[in-house]
Design a protein around this ligand. Structure first.
Ligand code: SF4
Length: 639
C-alpha cells in the first residue's frame, strides 16, 4: 500500500455544471494558519467567493450554483488517533443565509482521506441527478436518476458494496431543498444548517469514496505513539467521557431536569420529572444498550439497543430526545426512537425539525396559526415528518423552519432560534453563559459553539445564574473548539485533553471553581492542551505550538464572523428570543432570565469586536486576516 505522511495536501475541486474537476493544494501558510478541517474550509470559501473585499459573499445564493460545498478531512483521520473519524462540511446555509459548518463521523471521511484526498470542494449544479464516484485516480460522474427519491438508508445500500467505501447521501428532504435537510455518512450526519438542501439544489444525490489506497503515517512516529497513548489515558479517565460512554449524550437528561435546562412545552418550562423516562440511564436499562460509535473512537458516546417491537435501533442523541420528548410533551422514549429513524431516512435535522414542530404547537394554542399538531399528541407526528420532507400539506410550511414561520404568522418571541437556526435542547435561562453562546454563535442557535452549559450545569465549575466569567469562557471555548474542529477530532474528547493533565486534574475542585469564576484568564492560562496540539504536529510534521493551535481556532472563528458580517449579520442579531429575556417563571424553583445585553458587550470586548459587533481592524491585523486572496491562493496541480 502506498503511504501518505500526515496529509496529502491534495484537494479535489468539482464543477457539477461543467462535469469537470481539478486538483489543487492550499498554500502552506494557510495550512499553518487554519490547520485544516473547518478552519481551512472557511478560508477557501472566503478566498474564492469573497470578491475583492469580502462583499461578494452577500451575493452567493445558498441554493444557487455559485455556492461551494466543502468537505474537509481531518488531520487525525486514518492515523488511529482518538476519535479520528471526523470531517467537516462548510457552506453558506439556506436556513440562515450565513456560513455554516458541521462535523461528522461515519465511514466517508476515512474513505476519502485514504483515497489520497484531504478535501473536496463542490460547486455548480448538475443538469440531472448525479453521484460522484471518487477513488485515488480522481472523480467519475455517474447518473443518479434511479436513486432520486430514495431514502438515505436505501441509497447507501445501493451505492456501497464493499468496506473500502464510504458514502455521503441525501434523502427526500435534501432533494426537496428543505432548508434543514442533512447529509448522511453511515449512521452519522452533517446535521445543521441545511447542507442536504445545498446538495439537493446541486442535484448531487451522493458522493461515494473508495479508500484504502493509501496508509496514513505520522511524520514523527515516536512522538505520535507517545502522545496517542497519553491522549487515550487522559480521555479514558475523564468523568464527562465516562458518563457519555456509559449512557451516551442522554446522560444529560437527568441533570437537565435537576438543573433546569431541560426544554419543556416549547421552552416554556425548563423542568419536568417525566423527562427522566428518556434519560440515558433509563434507556440503557430499557433497551439493554451497547456501543455503536464512529470508528475509531476513544469516547464511545453512540449506543444502540433493542426496542419493545424487537427492532435494534440507534438510540437518539440528547438533542433529539429533548426536542421530541418534553419539548412537545411526549414522555415515551420508544416513539422518539421510531421518529429518529424516520428523520434519518428522510434526511431531516432532528433539532430544527423538532423546534419548528414545537413552535407550530404553541402557535396553534395561541390561535396564531391553525395546525393539527398539539402538545402531547403523538399519533400524527410520523405523517408530519414525511410531509415536511416531501413539502406537502402542512409540511410544506413546516419545512421553512421556525423563523420563517414566525415572520409569517407572528410568534417570533417564542420561536427558539437565533439567526434562523433552531436552538438545541438546553434552556439558556439555566446557564447565562449558554445564553450568551446561543446569541453570538457564528452559525446561529448552536450549542456546540462553546458549550458553556457543561461548565455551568454539568460540571458546576462556574455559577449558572451569574454573569461572572461568562464572556471569557464563551470567548475561550469557541476558539478552542474551532481549533478542535479544524484538526477534526471530536469535541467530546476535548474535556479529556483539557481537564486531565496534572494542573487541572490535581487542583482541588473548590480552588479550580474559584479561579474559573473570578480569574478565568488565569484558569485558562493553566489549562494544558499540549497533548492535542502535539499530536497534530506529530502527524503533519508542521510546527504547531499549543498557543499557535489556539490562535488558529481564534483566527478561523473571527474570519467566520467577518464573513457573516459581510452577509448581513449585525449586533442586533446577537440576542435571544424574547421568551428567554422576559419569562422568568418556568416551573423550576429558580426564576431566571438571561441579561443578554451586558453579556454581549463584555463578549465583544473580549473578542476584539466593535460595539457594532464587527471585528475591529486591529483584531483582524493581529490575526493576519486580510481581504480574500482569490483563486490564486491555491496552487493548481499541473499548472
Ligand atoms: S464521541 Fe461520539 S460523536 Fe464523537 S467520535 Fe465518538 S462516537 Fe462519534
Amino acid at each position: 500500500m502506498k503511504t501518505i505522511t500526515g496529509e496529502s495536501r491534495r484537494y479535489l475541486d468539482v464543477d457539477l455544471t461543467a462535469r469537470t474537476y481539478s486538483v489543487f493544494s492550499p498554500r502552506l501558510e494557510d495550512l499553518d494558519d487554519y490547520l485544516g478541517g473547518k478552519g481551512l474550509g472557511l478560508k477557501l470559501f472566503y478566498d474564492r467567493l469573497g470578491g475583492a473585499d469580502g462583499s461578494g459573499l452577500a451575493a452567493v445564493d445558498p441554493l444557487g450554483p455559485d455556492n461551494v460545498l466543502a468537505f474537509m478531512m481531518g488531520t487525525f483521520i486514518g492515523t488511529g488517533a482518538p476519535c479520528s473519524a471526523r470531517f467537516a462540511g462548510v457552506t453558506k446555509s439556506p436556513l440562515t443565509g450565513i456560513m455554516v459548518s458541521s462535523s461528522c463521523g461515519g465511514p466517508f471521511g476515512m474513505a476519502l482521506k485514504t483515497a489520497g484526498w484531504d478535501g473536496l470542494l463542490v460547486s455548480g449544479a448538475a443538469a440531472a441527478p448525479t453521484t460522484l464516484r471518487i477513488d485515488e485516480n480522481g472523480v467519475a460522474f455517474e447518473d443518479a436518476s434511479s436513486l432520486w427519491g430514495l431514502e438515505t438508508g436505501a441509497s447507501q445500500d445501493k451505492l456501497v458494496d464493499n468496506p473500502r467505501q464510504g458514502a455521503l447521501v441525501i434523502g427526500p428532504a435534501g432533494e426537496n431543498e428543505v432548508p434543514y435537510a442533512v447529509i448522511r455518512s453511515g449512521n452519522r450526519y452533517l446535521g445543521r444548517g441545511g447542507m442536504g438542501a445545498v446538495m439537493g439544489a446541486k442535484r448531487l444525490k451522493a458522493v461515494v469514496a473508495t479508500g484504502r489506497a493509501f496508509e496514513i503515517k505520522p511524520a514523527d512516529p515516536a512522538r505520535y505513539e507517545r502522545l496517542n497513548a497519553k491522549a487515550r489515558r487522559h480521555i479514558g479517565r475523564n468523568s464527562f467521557v465516562l458518563n457519555y460512554r456509559a449512557y451516551g449524550t442522554n446522560y444529560g437528561v437527568n441533570p437537565g431536569v435537576d438543573k433546569g435546562f431541560a426544554p419543556v412545552r416549547n421552552f416554556r418550562d425548563r423542568t419536568d420529572e417525566r423527562c427522566r423516562a428518556l434519560s440515558g440511564e433509563a434507556m440503557a436499562e430499557r433497551y439493554a444498550t451497547e456501543h455503536s460509535a464512529c470508528a475509531p473512537c476513544a469516547v464511545l458516546c453512540g449506543h444502540k439497543g433493542v426496542y419493545p417491537d424487537g427492532k435494534k435501533r440507534h438510540i437518539p442523541e440528547y438533542e433529539t430526545i429533548g426536542l421530541w420528548g418534553g419539548n412537545i410533551m411526549n414522555f415515551d422514549p420508544d416513539i422518539v426512537g421510531v421518529w429518529n429513524d424516520r428523520m434519518g431516512e428522510l434526511g431531516l435535522d432532528t433539532i430544527s425539525c423538532g423546534a419548528t414542530v414545537s413552535w407550530a404547537m404553541e402557535a396553534a394554542e395561541k390561535g396564531l396559526r391553525p395546525s393539527a399538531l398539539a402538545f402531547g399528541r403523538v399519533d400524527n407526528i410520523a405523517a408530519a415528518l414525511d410531509d415536511i420532507a416531501h413539502r406537502r400539506g402542512e409540511g410544506a410550511e413546516l419545512a421553512l423552519g421556525s423563523r420563517a414561520l414566525a415572520r409569517r404568522y407572528g410568534g417570533l418571541e417564542f420561536a427558539a432560534q437565533v439567526k434562523g437556526m433552531e436552538m438545541a435542547a438546553y434552556d439558556p435561562r439555566a446557564g447565562w453563559g449558554q445564553g450568551l453562546n446561543y446569541a453570538v454563535a457564528n452559525r446561529g442557535g448552536c450549542h456546540l459553539n462553546a458549550y458553556p452549559i457543561a461548565l455551568e450545569a454539568l460540571f458546576g465549575y462556574i455559577p449558572q445564574y451569574s454573569r461572572l466569567s461568562k464572556a471569557s469562557w464563551v470567548d475561550f471555548f469557541e476558539d478552542f473548539f474551532t481549533a478542535v474542529n479544524s484538526t477534526q477530532t471530536c469535541q467530546f474528547s476535548a474535556f479529556g485533553y483539557l481537564l486531565e493533565p496534572p494542573i487541572a486534574k490535581y487542583t482541588p475542585k473548590p480552588l479550580l471553581k474559584l479561579a474559573m469564576t473570578l480569574m478565568p484568564r488565569v484558569a485558562q492560562a493553566v489549562l494544558d492542551w499540549s497533548c492535542l496540539s502535539g499530536l497534530v504536529a506529530a502527524i503533519t510534521g508542521r510546527r504547531i505550538t499549543p498557543r499557535g493551535f489556539y490562535l488558529a481556532g481564534r483566527r478561523a472563528h473571527v474570519l467566520e464572523r467577518r464573513m457573516n458580517c459581510h452577509m448581513g449579520v449585525t449586533a442586533a442579531d446577537d440576542t435571544l428570543p424574547a421568551r428567554f429575556l422576559n419569562e422568568a417563571a418556568t416551573r423550576h424553583p429558580v426564576e431566571s432570565v438571561v441579561p443578554i445585553e451586558p453579556l454581549v458587550k463584555a463578549y465583544y470586548r473580549r473578542k476584539g469586536y466593535g460595539a457594532d459587533g464587527v471585528p475591529t481592524a486591529r483584531t483582524l491585523r493581529a490575526l493576519r486576516i486580510g481581504p480574500p486572496a482569490g483563486r490564486a491562493a491555491v496552487r493548481a496541480e499541473g499548472a
